[in-house]
Write a protein that binds this ligand. Structure first.
Ligand SMILES: CC(C)(COP(=O)(O)OP(=O)(O)OC[C@H]1O[C@@H](n2cnc3c(N)ncnc32)[C@H](O)[C@@H]1OP(=O)(O)O)[C@@H](O)C(=O)NCCC(=O)NCCS
Length: 166
């Protein structure tokens, strides 16, 4: 296996068999990703196995905002502004079932964070946010520095853009 990154549409790749266990994410990649990229709704990056030209996994990111009321008091005091906080959303992230638990999710998440850090350097953005679909996926994101935005929104997680780790 030779894993390489490529933006959606830039390298021939077979997506028909991609199955991560969450049908909405499979459908997004197979059916909607082309339109999302074309319309500027998301940037979609694939991790491809160069040997068989199949997708190992992917993520989609887009600019976002975080409402002040979603933040803890400490975070509100930290930002000390009254407008929504500029942020980046990792809206989708998935690894094909056959490749799960082999650290490709970690590779994809780290690339998404680095990608956002580069974009934020010129285009602003203070937080990276993700919507974990359940408590299990929440644990995955928590391993990489994401924490719940508030007790009311405990599956909406965030971490500062600037914090470089992993
Ligand atoms: C969630 C997902 C992206 C993780 O990818 P992965 O390649 O299987 O995970 P990795 O092998 O990179 O795991 C990295 C670490 O996170 C942990 N981890 C991975 N999935 C986990 C889970 N579901 N629950 C708890 N921990 C998890 C691993 O144990 C590993 O920790 P370790 O180094 O201590 O062993 C993948 O399981 C997936 O695509 N799931 C279906 C789609 C999905 O739910 N996407 C998230 C959208 S909210």
């Amino acid at each position: 296996m030779r894993p390489v990154f490529a933006y959606y549409g830039f390298t021939p790749v077979s997506l028909d068999d991609f199955a991560c266990g969450v049908p909405e994410l499979d459908d997004f990649l197979r059916r909607d990703a082309a339109r999302f990229v074309e319309q500027g709704l998301s940037a979609v990056k694939l991790l491809i196995d160069e040997d068989c030209k199949k997708a190992i996994g992917f993520y989609a990111i887009s600019p976002a905002t975080v409402q002040i009321k979603w933040l803890s008091l400490a975070q509100q005091n930290h930002f000390h502004v009254s407008f929504p906080i500029p942020a980046w959303l990792i809206g989708r992230l998935a690894v094909d079932r056959a490749c799960q638990r082999r650290h490709f999710g970690e590779v994809l998440l780290c690339d998404a964070v680095l990608n956002i850090q580069k974009r934020a350097h010129q285009g602003a953005g203070a937080l990276i946010i993700v919507d974990a679909k359940d408590a299990t996926v929440k644990h995955f994101y928590e391993k990489y520095g994401f924490t719940a935005l508030s007790t009311q929104r405990n599956l909406k997680l965030a971490r500062p853009v600037a914090e470089v780790e992993n």
